[in-house]
Ligand binder design. Structure first.
Ligand code: NAP
Length: 300
């Protein structure tokens, strides 16, 4: 019987593990992929306190090392179901079933899809949701980056820096991204196609072009070798919903300030709770969730 099972090993889940282990809770982290989650995709962070600049991969490796000093981590083990029992919960994966008194859901989000023709077909053949992973394939090549938020600008800046030729395409005439990223984009003279959306992705075996439509309904076809889509996130909330955990209209888990959900002894932390979607807030929520789980079970 574990005291705490943490589902998801991104910044929130790993930080929860550090706190849980250090307070003496027997803790297991279950991760469907490799620890780090979307954190592995962050090219460069410049707003994590203590590091002026650090790559997402480097920071996550440090957090992972620290977490596994205090908790057991099982990677490539996707949780498929959670059942409520008299003592707590049974957490099932394809490999095993684990018993626990409490659960911390730190399942994060996934990249939103545009839902346009060609997006699925060319995934991995010119369409990508991760510049850090796939960007190096596009050195000296023309790419489009779709979106006007922090992710889109961060990806465009990264692509420019590794020698690719990005153009941002944004549906409005104003960016949503932080001023700092907007200033860098301007300084690097990364072109932006304003008031336009991607309608279709064209190609044979791989992406060769895209059809773009402006607000007046006029379309143009432009040549491009790659398309990076960064139009936001959607919550990975299936396990939560199966358990009866309450979510908001957008599907993010609702918690109180102690990261408790509406289901007793189920807590949530990180991007799955919505909000600022920053590493620093994800880590903080992870720390709070682990501490609350400990306090609640100490009363049992
Ligand atoms: P986001 O902030 O939600 O921005 C999504 C962008 O995509 C917006 O500009 C939006 O346009 C556009 N968009 C949405 N749906 C679209 C569609 N169907 N077609 C075309 N464009 C569409 O998402 P994000 O940039 O992925 O960031 C997610 C979260 O992570 C945010 O909270 C962000 O602050 C955080 N983040 C932070 C950093 C950092 O601190 N450096 C870096 C990356 C991400 P509109 O503007 O018109 O809505």
């Amino acid at each position: 019987m574990y005291d705490i099972i943490i589902i998801g090993a991104g910044p929130a889940g790993l930080t929860a593990a550090i706190y849980a282990g250090r307070q003496g809770s027997k803790t297991l982290i279950l991760e469907k992929g490799i620890a780090g989650g979307k954190g592995l995709e962050v090219p460069l962070m410049e707003n994590y306190p203590g590091y002026e600049r650090i790559e997402g991969q480097e920071l996550i490796q440090k957090i992972k090392k620290q977490a596994t000093e205090h908790a057991q981590l099982k990677e490539l083990e996707e949780v498929t179901k959670i059942e409520k029992t008299r003592e707590g919960f049974e957490v099932g994966t394809k490999k095993d079933t684990y018993k626990t008194k409490t659960i911390i859901l730190a399942t994060g989000t996934r990249h939103k899809r545009l839902g346009i023709p060609g997006e699925e077909k060319f995934l991995g053949r010119g369409v990508s949701y991760c510049a850090t992973c796939d960007g190096p394939l596009y050195k000296d090549k023309k790419v489009l980056v779709v979106g006007g938020g922090n992710s889109a600008l961060q990806e465009a800046i990264f692509l420019h820096k590794i020698g690719s030729k990005p153009t941002i395409i944004h549906r409005r005439d104003q960016l949503r991204a932080q001023k700092y990223l907007q200033d860098q984009t301007k300084k690097l003279k990364i072109p932006i196609i304003w008031n336009s959306t991607l309608k279709e992705i064209k190609g044979n075996n791989a992406v060769q072009g895209a059809i773009i439509e402006n607000k007046k309904g006029q379309t143009i076809t432009i040549k491009t070798d790659g398309i990076f889509i960064a139009i936001g996130e959607e919550p990975l909330n299936k396990l939560a919903q199966d358990l009866g955990v309450k979510t908001d209209k957008a599907g993010y888990i609702i918690t109180d300030k102690q990261q408790r959900t509406n289901i007793e002894r189920v807590y949530a932390a990180g991007d799955i709770t919505g909000g600022l979607n920053q590493w620093v807030t994800a880590c903080a929520e992870g720390a709070i969730a682990a501490t609350t789980a400990y306090k609640d079970t100490s009363k049992i």
